[in-house]
Design a protein around this ligand. Sequence first.
Ligand SMILES: Nc1ncnc2c1ncn2[C@@H]1O[C@H](COP(=O)(O)OP(=O)(O)OP(=O)(O)O)[C@@H](O)[C@H]1O
Length: 309
Amino acid sequence: MSTIVSVQNVRKTYDGGFEALKGASLDIQEGEIIALLGPNGAGKTTLISTICGISSLTSGRITVAGMDIGLCYRKVRAMIGLVPQEIALEPFETVINSVRFSRGLFGKAKNEAYLDEILKTLSLFDKKDSKVIALSGGMKRRVLIAKALAHEPKVLFLDEPTAGVDVELRKDMWNTVAKLKGQGVTIILTTHYIEEAEAIADRIAVINGGEILLVEDKAALMARMGKKQIRIELLEPVQAIPIKLAPYGLELAPDGGGLTYTYDVNAERTGITGLLNDLQATGLQMRDVQTQQSSLEDIFVDLVQEDGA
Ligand SMILES: Nc1ncnc2c1ncn2[C@@H]1O[C@H](COP(=O)(O)OP(=O)(O)OP(=O)(O)O)[C@@H](O)[C@H]1O
């Protein structure tokens, strides 16, 4: 894979003196889906806006397909599709005309077959001639995506594409994003739904306070930072954890009916065998055993808390 977007040491200070980006660097690979995660005000939208050339950078450099955003703005912008957070559409225009208009803005020759294809991918084709005002909120979001794709961009930015969208439609959107990736579009997504990043992203970038804390392959990140837990339900509740089990750092449930053991997924020895043997030696009997693995959300919360600590 080759780098399609390169963000190098970018700083952004808004008028008024607030520094929203403090030397952010990030390389985005062609054809990947990368999720940009961060709490409110972390700088996600600012970063996207600077890459898209909507917001100027104070220092640093951004290139798209090797072209400097400052020096080749029009060429770079033509390669980018942006789906903004806010729904801003012409309410009395039809879906197809809205999409045609977006294509026209980039001076692209007419290509009705391509636009029809986009509408089909987004399950909007049967709404082609409907007025935007008559569409549901979720459908309007799809029109935003269709408009962003109208000029055949290579890179698509989705700024919270599923905010306020119901669970079913959100899953539909995930399928759509996967389809677009299949067509070779590079996708950068910001989201507050961490399960969204977990479901569709290839890589995760975490941003906090204008700094990129990490960029990592999703599976590798979850394996590296993930913890697993075993919860042992006891047949009879206990008052306290037996001394013999002290080395395991177990947590006793408030009702005394369960013990939780947390271990590192990557550790050479998990200690599970020893724990189960020692548990048997104490005479405690098990009713049930469950395991659970930390989600991307747990990892994200830990990272951001550590950074703020
Ligand atoms: N035009 C502006 N002028 C001054 N400060 C701004 C401007 N736009 C954003 N900011 C500030 O920059 C910081 C980063 O904002 P940004 O919108 O990039 O965050 P975000 O990560 O996208 O947040 P959210 O998740 O809430 O959308 C915030 O503190 C915000 O108040």
